[in-house]
Design a protein around this ligand. Sequence first.
Ligand code: ADP
Ligand code: MG
Length: 646
Amino acid sequence: MNTKLKRRLRRIIAAIALFVAVMALDETGALRAVFGDTRGLYAAFALYLVPYLIAGYDVLIKAWRTVRRGDAFDENFLMAVATIGAFAMVAFPDSDPHMAEGAAVMLFYQVGELFQSYAVGKSRASIAAMMDIAPDRATVERDGRLVTIDPDDAVVGDILVIKPGERVALDGVVVQGTSRLDTAALTGESMPRSVEAGSDVVSGCINMTGVLRVRVAKPYGESTVSRILELVENASERKARTENFITSFARVYTPIVTFAALAIALVPPALGFGAWSDWILRGLTFLVVSCPCALVISVPLSFFGGIGGASRQGILVKGSNYLEALSRVDTVVFDKTGTLTSGTFGVVDIRPRDGIDGGRLLAAAAHAEAFSDHPIATSVKRAYLDEAADGAKRAIDQARIESAAEESGRGVKAVVDGHEILAGSDRLMSAHGIVCPDCQQAGTILHVAIDGAYAGYIVIADTVKDDAAQTIADLHAAGVKRCVMLTGDREKTARATALELGLDEYRAQLLPGDKVTQVERLLESARGALAFVGDGINDTPVLTRADVGIAMGAIGSDAAIEAADIVLMDDKPSAIVRAIRIARTTMRIVHQNIVFAIGAKAAILVLAALGIANMWLAVFGDVGVAVIAILNAMRALNCGAADKRP
Ligand code: ADP
Ligand code: MG
């Protein structure tokens, strides 16, 4: 608990103690014995005023401010009017005094408020704690010596020295050492990842076994950890429709109940039904009950909890609105390469045209792909580097590349050693007027042309991810009606993958622009929300077009983190099922709270209007409903934790 909360707690405890003392004096009749009947009443009035003001002076000030600003009434206003009214009942000497209730209402209201602040603070803190992924120190090598610096001061090219047990502070590339990295804080997945010289390491992981020397690749502000923290911190700004509804509801509701209370207090006695003091008291009780705090606080708190619970599992949600949309998803559209199929697959065959050497073909393709992040590019480059089985150390010599440009969704065009090289799909070839054979082989085909002449093709095994089929089955079981795959790959490969995974539909031979058109068409026919899942390579336009754009394998891919609404830290499709479950649990909690809070309030309101509920019941009702709703909201923080798959 922070000091501000502690101070408030002390203030409230002091007020409660005073209140109890005053009440003891009052109820035992001690005051009346000392001061006499009438003066005793005023003495009690003055005494009750003390704990009341200690507990509630800030509420009164806030209420006064809203009135002066001419804003719509808020809960401070409701509380101020109700409690001042209760004290003012002293002006009706023929009725029982109600100062005790007035002070008690304020006290309980403040207890409730304190509890809320504590709950909000706690869920913030727990998100921050589980997102405790940013180390505040980094060790770098400078002039042969090790110095400890603030990660913010490290520059690209610095050599980080990371000992076992330490957390990686900045994104970089291993230059020396082998180790295993624990990525659990980022992905919620406890499988350690082995790294060696040349491997990328991502900030936020824990180095487990060996000392690593890592060359910093990105300044701290652009490293994975700071992007994640930024994203989670900003999440509460994007409000869900339910949240906005509650805010506008409170804005309309509060004035309505205020006027209703006024009507209850004034109309019946003016018409001659019963005593003024009776009805005024009913009006005041009505005001206390009607305070919408339970609703106003518990709904955002539930969303906050859901977002926190999700980030615990490596699912970063950029706003409550996306959680809400995700819970309604009935169509999930997948990108193929890198999403359903493994991002790093092997080259299985190299088929040069007669007269061309296979090694040259691979070298040309690898150099042309040097600057591409596409999974195909990664595979070709790896195959080229691994070819060096003869012992010779191979590297891609960037000096040989004069220019390179990606033709999104088709392939690349580059000039290497003065030769123009095209590497990509058959569509890339036909776009450049090159005739290529119609391959019957299974797998993804990378055609290569050198200086305008067809040079052969490379076959890449396109293996589906381990959990892809299970994911589709789980999605269907969770009520998702359509699972659709969109791919730029060939019809033949697409059909095979779709069949293997049990997808409902697929569309092949799509350029990134076509994927947008397809998603728009699917959006028209979808009844619920549509989620698109991609790896952020070639599919950012689609990510932004879908109701919910989900990017996976975000470790390292900046474009994906930017464009997506939900970011899955690892590249396992099964996280989508988990995300949907968390979203649904969160929405269920939100709806429970709305129904419960409104229902309980309505019941007590009716009782208050009928004069059955007194102010004591009203206060307990109000605080009780708020506390229960908040406790329920806190459950959202843990949702998803239980159903985590091994
Ligand atoms: P998917 O829709 O399956 O994720 P993409 O839209 O990324 O695939 O790419 C579609 C097709 O375009 C690939 O199957 C491949 O043939 C070709 N292609 C795209 N980018 C590249 C690249 N960098 N190198 C080679 N081929 C590429
Ligand atoms: Mg792709």
